[in-house]
Ligand binder design. Structure first.
Ligand code: OTU
Length: 646
């Protein structure tokens, strides 16, 4: 809606900037289209500040300056993506997340290894934190000390820029992290705050004594209660307390200060100007704090993201946001924003719900919790998409809703206990070889660390030299990937999983890592081991080849695009997970046997879905015609079929 007040302000700001002559019509149109939202959001976020208009003026000037610095080529990408906003829903996208140093040594090394990613079919790469951070105490790079430099051990910003250009030529998508909730205590702002500069103390949450921190602690949960208890750190130099929700060396930025917002906006646009396609917004649920709340998922945090999004739509519309909100299913969805046609917060979000439920199916071999949850989480807006994953660099939190567990017929607390014990191998028949992460002994709660292959039973099978268990574990690993490839959304593989890497316990020997067992599932790439992928008889060869095949088929199958519908199907067998993707005779009926025993799919189901059984049906994955002659089809343990009409 047209608002004369914001319009007049924008005109004044533009004329004072003296730069409107240099700006093209695309930018000016986007600015005027988005300015009213920015104006409203800003006013709502900072209602009590009488300098709010000065800050808004600075914000517009940042948009202008950063746009003038933006390369021509990137402006063309912006235009292309504006014309095809659903490009992100394509089935042709397949991602992998990796640590540059652990995967390839450095950025130069990574360039040489792009062929490996292409061989697998990966065309979207998430570079795990690459910005400058202290050598130690960096939380795997999630404690940034300079947002405009690359960690020198990995390379330079010029190299990132060149890499982004190479990616564009190859039609590949580049993603990197943006840690907006906190900085390292070694960041220049933190250093100045520590020296007593009030301006920079105002960039963080500094307190003179424990009064407010104690109030916060009443309701603030702890993220790392074992290795970083408490949410505040005492800073001796200034005799003050600073908020540090994650580790004590990660200081929370204070977004109630509009200067912090503008600094971060400048950084976002700077990084986007290097050619980064997707920014992964780390821990964004934590960005606004309020006494008396958990300080997670607050509406102000959503408003901050909406403001960033509107600004990026003006200055770098081709750049997308990925929400890293590993929160309750009903909360995750809100990070897409509320708009039905296009998202007005993040374009992508981690499907943490599906990830957790996949591990539930591994432990229970049934679909009950997945079914009761997936039927009750709201739909995402059109135009937004999920990032589907089985494992990542973090722990697994059992973040499903208690109510959904009850509907699935479980006692929520006992079921969580079962899952934890199953995944860490505390039950004698369990094949999981994870470890508890951040155990809360009082509540009996824990998150889980461990690599995909170890959690899926490969480690135990290899140690016990049990060939049958090994074959089953490999089939389970492929089955889990088959789901993220076909479910709808972008599958995001975790580097090492394509070779079925088991846990790496070497972190225990390194005192700078040993306090954090997430390092057990962050192995260094072993390129000799990777060579084994060429031998079909090896563990590596089997998994790599199957994943390669899954990816190849996905890319050709329009029904797997996230623009296509998905219906979960009840096959009257709790061991089968089934869904239809797409419509009409182009659709694919996916059936997954979650059990380690054979399971039957009844032919009735096929009639029910309208398949013409006289013409016959085929499994897109194996290429075989499916034999329903006994009025049923029997799936092998952990077999999955992608059924299409002949
Ligand atoms: C993220 O994760 C990163 O993925 C972690 O690697 C970082 O340590 C952390 O932020 C701090 O930067 O606590 O255990 O509920 O789970 O944002 C992982 C959300 C984390 C949090 C998530 C966070």
């Amino acid at each position: 809606m047209y608002n004369p007040e914001s319009n007049r302000l924008l005109q004044d700001i533009l004329s004072r900037s003296g730069k409107s002559g240099k700006l093209d019509e695309h930018f000016l149109m986007r600015l005027s289209a988005n300015f009213q939202d920015i104006f409203n959001y800003f006013h709502t976020l900072y209602p009590l500040r009488n300098d709010v208009w000065d800050h808004l003026e600075r914000l517009v000037n940042v948009l202008i300056d950063k746009y003038l610095e933006r390369d021509k080529d990137l402006k063309l990408v912006d235009k292309k993506r504006e014309g095809d906003p659903n490009w992100i829903l394509s089935q042709e996208l397949v991602g992998m997340m990796l640590y540059v140093d652990r995967f390839a040594g450095d950025l130069k090394g990574l360039k040489d290894k792009l062929g490996y990613l292409e061989e697998l079919g990966v065309n979207l790469v998430h570079l795990m934190p690459i910005l400058k951070c202290p050598e130690k105490n960096n939380d795997g790079g999630y404690a940034v000390s300079d947002y405009r430099s690359i960690n020198p051990a990995i390379g330079t910003m010029e190299e990132v820029k060149a890499l982004a250009k190479d990616f564009k030529k190859k039609d590949m998508v580049l993603m990197m992290d943006l840690v907006l909730n906190h900085t390292s205590n070694q960041h220049e702002w933190a250093q100045k705050a520590r020296e007593g500069d009030p301006k920079y103390q105002g960039y963080y949450y500094f307190f003179n004594d424990r009064t407010v921190p104690d109030q916060f602690e009443q309701s603030l949960p702890q993220v790392f209660p074992e290795s970083a208890p408490g949410n505040f750190t005492y800073i001796e130099d200034v005799n003050k307390w600073v908020m540090s929700v994650f580790h004590n060396y990660q200081w929370d930025l204070n977004y109630t200060n509009p200067e912090v917002f503008i600094e971060m906006l400048d950084i976002i646009l700077y990084l986007s100007n290097q050619g980064i396609d997707i920014l992964r917004l780390d821990a964004l649920a934590f960005m606004w704090k309020k006494v008396g709340t958990t300080s997670q998922n607050l509406w102000e945090a959503h408003l901050l993201i909406k403001t960033f999004k509107s600004c990026v739509r003006v200055g770098a519309p081709g750049t997308l946001f990925l929400a890293e909100a590993i929160v309750a299913p009903d909360e995750i969805i809100k990070y897409f924003g509320e708009v039905q046609t296009t998202s007005n917060e993040c374009d992508l979000a981690y499907n943490a719900t599906l990830m957790t439920l996949l591990w539930d199916t591994v432990a229970t071999k049934n679909n009950r919790l997945l079914w009761s949850t997936m039927h009750n989480v709201p739909h995402k807006p059109m135009g937004a998409t999920w990032l589907n994953y089985v494992r990542c660099h973090d722990d697994i939190g059992l973040g499903y809703e208690d109510q959904h567990a009850e509907w699935a017929g479980y006692s929520p607390w006992h079921h969580r206990q079962f899952l934890i014990n199953f995944m860490v191998g505390n039950i004698d028949w369990s094949f999981g070889r994870g470890r508890k992460f951040m155990e809360d002994k009082v509540k009996g709660d824990a998150r889980i660390s461990g690599s995909l292959a170890s959690l899926a039973g490969l480690e135990r099978a290899l140690v016990e030299k049990d060939k049958d268990a090994e074959a089953l574990a490999l089939q389970r690993i492929v089955m889990l990937h088959s789901i993220i490839v076909s479910y709808g959304g972008i599958p995001m593989l975790y580097a090492g999983d394509e070779l079925a890497r088991i846990n790496d316990y070497s972190f225990e020997e390194d005192p700078s890592l040993s306090y954090d067992n997430r390092w057990m599932h962050r192995p260094k790439m072993d390129w000799k081991q990777a060579d084994l992928r060429k031998k079909k008889s090896t563990v590596e060869g089997k998994v790599f080849t199957e994943l390669q095949k899954l990816i190849k088929i996905r890319k050709k199958q329009k029904a797997f695009a996230d623009s296509e519908v998905r219906h979960l199907v009840d096959c009257h067998n709790q061991h089968l997970l089934a869904y239809v993707r797409g419509e009409g005779n182009k659709r694919v009926f996916v059936v997954v046997n979650l059990n380690d025993h054979p399971e039957e799919l009844k032919m009735d189901m096929m009639f029910h879905l309208g398949f013409d059984m006289k013409k016959g049906v085929k499994d897109l994955y194996s290429g075989a015609e499916l034999d329903f002659s006994g009025y049923k089809y029997t799936l092998d343990p952990h077999q999955f079929i992608w059924i299409i009409q002949q």
